[in-house]
Design a protein around this ligand. Structure first.
Ligand code: PLP
Length: 375
């Protein structure tokens, strides 16, 4: 068996090569490399797919978060609540803008924000909540939106890992992940569920005035050429990336289905193990499995990680250190006992190969190797 990667972008590219190559050549021939027609077309396609009024493309998912917070007018000292268990980009931009990050614990079973911890963290300085739909499943948005409404807070959904997921509210209505808060952000980093061939990102909102502000902010605060109304940044999605994304967007649902199928295979094989906890699915959200993440409860997670690498199976620990314990984000405000779930998860989690081209013989080899080792 050849080495199994976490993400197989090469096989995926080979399957869509013709369309993607043709689009890229169109950009090259047009020489409209920034803000060309593909950017506008992809923006419109994504607005339709997400059923949202405004998509503002930008350079990457980290910028998307930063610009969203700038656009909402958050000011130094404002408290922004987010999770202790996520990729650092979420908390990084809060720090960069001199806002005050307030990290809270997650749920042990879904890895998403713990609603009780969120409630406890709210103070008169709190201005926004940033739920992260970690690994591809939505956080409990109904509860989060109710809390935000009660306390008059902004909700910024970090949707970098869950684009394509559907959320169902208790009244039966559904919405796409990233479109429920005041603003949503995503990343088109190559390994994300909708990835381009470089960096890319986007911001979503239904608020016309906010959308206008954001569109200027991504482009040096310009609303009219060479007139700078606000301090902005240079954060644009380039035309080649937009061409790739326009070709791939129609495939997103089938990509999510392929990931789900691989996840189902894993879960079926692991469900009887006493030392493996498979991903917990919530009724209110579909899961698009950006990652397939197990918890290993017998203390052998690190040994399994090494063993799988020896057996030619890539795997990753997302994430090995809680954010509150990272050098950059440590703070005397935090108390260890408030992060029980995150502190446990960093010891237990392991993510297995997950992408759109996983084949059954690979899944069989992976699951057998894991089970044999843990027996
Ligand atoms: C990938 C990711 C980001 C950042 O996206 P980039 O495009 O790499 O800047 C932010 N938040 C989460 C949860 C992510 O997974």
């Amino acid at each position: 068996m050849k080495k199994i990667q976490m993400v197989d972008l090469q096989s995926q590219y080979q399957n869509i090569k013709e369309t993607v190559d043709a689009s890229i050549h169109e950009v090259l021939n047009s020489s409209s490399y920034i803000n060309g027609p593909f950017v506008k077309e992809f923006q419109a396609d994504l607005e339709q797919y997400l059923n949202i009024k405004h998509v503002i493309p930008c350079a990457n998912g980290t910028d998307a978060l930063q610009i969203a917070m700038m656009g909402l007018g958050l000011q130094p000292g404002d408290e922004v609540i987010t999770v202790d268990f996520t990729f650092a980009a979420t908390v990084e931009v809060i720090g960069l803008l001199n806002l005050t990050p307030v990290l809270v614990d997650v749920e042990l079973d879904t890895f998403n924000i713990n609603i009780e911890a969120l409630k406890k963290a709210i103070t008169p300085e709190t201005k926004a909540i940033v739920p992260v739909h970690l690994f591809g499943q939505c956080a409990n948005m109904e509860a989060i939106l109710a809390i935000a409404k009660e306390h008059d807070l902004f909700v910024i959904e970090d949707n970098a890992q869950a684009i394509g997921a559907d959320y169902t509210f208790s009244d039966g209505t559904t919405q796409k992940s990233g479109t429920m808060g005041h603003v949503g952000t995503t990343s088109f980093f190559p390994s994300k569920n909708l990835g381009c061939y470089g960096d890319g990102g986007a911001i979503f909102t239904n608020d016309d005035a906010l959308a206008h502000t954001l569109r200027g902010m991504v482009n040096h605060g310009m609303y009219q050429r060479y007139y700078h109304d606000v301090v902005g940044v240079n954060s644009r999605l380039d035309s080649i990336q937009a061409a790739v994304l326009k070709a791939k967007l129609p495939l997103l649902d089938s990509y999510c289905a392929a990931r789900r199928k691989a996840a189902d295979y894993y879960t079926e094989r692991f469900k009887n193990s006493e030392v493996i906890i498979t991903p917990t699915l919530r009724d209110f959200s579909s899961h698009v499995f950006h990652q397939y993440t197990l918890r290993i409860t017998n203390g052998k997670r690190d040994a399994l990680h090494k063993h799988l690498i020896q057996k030619g199976i890539a795997n990753s620990i997302y994430y090995p250190v809680p954010l509150h314990a990272q050098k950059a984000y440590k703070d005397s405000r935090y108390k260890e006992e408030d992060f029980a779930a995150t502190n446990q998860l960093v010891q237990e989690v392991i993510s297995l190969p997950m992408h759109t081209e996983l084949e059954e013989d690979q899944l069989k080899y992976i699951t057998e190797t894991v089970l044999e080792f843990l027996q």
